[in-house]
Design a protein around this ligand. Structure first.
Ligand code: CA
Length: 377
């Protein structure tokens, strides 16, 4: 069976019934640093203010506690639990990439997709090829498998509750364990980038709010976070003053995000656009509504025939403008694209093309922020 893009998969699944076999989980019972920390914290809740109680080197310097985790973490010492590990670490910076929603529905009440799910195993690597390859030019890219929520399960939550569903679920447990394993065994002190799309970006929001606050020693090495295709809101930043949204093309330690839409999504309900969402334009790296014509687009990368091979579209017809009337929305007048799952994103969302349309500007920007980070050391 040929690989297809997420959008194509969605469009197919909208017109046919997909039967997904119920698969057993892949837990191995390994306990992560974070799980240990959470267990320790739970056991010592009554005297949590005494720092001498903690035996975890990563958390003893901070009063910030990671909330109790759900379930047993996936074993990330097993390389089959990674979508991608770099063949060499010849770059000075890493990327940790969290994939978006891959599986539409599972035959399990939890909505959690087991790591041996056939659809997940087929299409998570396809999503990696589509999105995470943009970071390969400048970084060593690490991408864990994690038990994501199916699209059906995730979008059955009110959009304001999707973050809570992933926080309470095994998604946070898995990705924290993957981060623990990555920092303990792979990172070797290098600066890093967090990257994600859609559901993965909600997970990265949780990482930024909680995991990074519990690990300030890691957080200070974060060049930038690219959790694209979800909303980071004014409330998020007010409640988490350690998080900052990007204001230009080369600020570091910041969050970069947008949601690509055509004009017809003007008043649409979209599960990824939250009230007060911020947006940066990937063509001119402005957060105001300064228009960027397609001439500023360094190139798109699309799989127009769905064979899994991406073609460079240079010059690209995609322009972009931060939508002044719809916070969080990046407006493009290039609408000759299949909309992404209108039932959840609105009639003219190009959610599944957030990376593709601006691929080469994004690739350039990654290098620019790395250069700025290195110059400041
Ligand atoms: Ca193709």
């Amino acid at each position: 069976m040929k690989k297809k893009t997420f959008a194509l998969l969605l469009s197919i699944c909208m017109t046919m019934t997909v039967t997904l076999s119920a698969c057993s989980g892949t837990d191995t019972g390994q306990t992560s640093d974070t799980q240990e920390a959470a267990d320790t914290e739970t056991a010592e809740a009554d005297d949590a203010n005494d720092p001498s109680d903690s035996d975890d080197a990563d958390t003893e310097d901070t009063a910030f506690e990671i909330g109790e985790l759900t379930g047993e973490a996936t074993d990330y010492s097993d390389e089959s639990h990674w979508v991608h590990l770099p063949e060499s670490t010849d770059k000075e910076v890493d990327t940790f990439y969290v994939y978006p929603t891959v599986v539409l529905e599972v035959d399990d009440e939890s909505g959690d997709v087991p790591l041996d799910d056939e659809t997940l195993r087929q299409f998570a690597p396809a999503l990696y090829e589509e999105q995470a390859t943009v970071f390969e030019k400048s970084t060593n890219v690490y991408a864990p498998y994690y038990r994501e929520k199916s699209l059906e399960s995730l979008t059955s939550n009110d959009k304001y509750d999707m973050e809570q569903a992933l926080y309470d679920g095994v998604q946070r447990t898995d990705v924290y364990a993957a981060l623990d394993y990555y920092f303990d065994n792979y990172n070797e002190g290098r600066p890093f980038i967090l990257a994600a799309h859609s559901q993965g970006s909600i997970v990265v929001k949780i990482i930024l709010k909680e995991y990074m606050q519990a690990h300030p020693d890691y957080y200070e090495r974060m060049v930038a976070a690219y959790p694209i295709g979800f909303s980071f809101t004014e409330d998020d930043f007010a409640e988490n003053p350690h998080m900052k949204f990007a204001t230009g093309e080369d600020d570091t330690g910041v969050i970069i995000s947008w949601n690509t839409e055509g004009p017809d999504n003007k008043d649409a309900e979209s599960c990824v656009i939250l009230d007060g969402a911020k947006c940066i334009n990937p063509l001119n790296w402005k957060t105001d509504d300064t228009y960027a014509s397609a001439e500023e687009n360094a190139g798109s990368r699309l799989d127009t025939d769905g064979d899994g091979v991406y073609e460079d579209i240079i010059p690209s017809p995609a322009d972009a403008q931060v939508n002044p009337d719809r916070p969080g929305s990046l407006l493009t007048t290039y609408t000759d694209l299949e909309p992404s799952f209108p039932q959840v994103f609105g009639p003219q969302s190009f959610h599944a093309r957030d990376y593709d349309l601006f691929y080469y500007n994004l690739q350039d920007n990654v290098q620019k922020r790395i250069d700025a980070y290195m110059a400041a050391q």
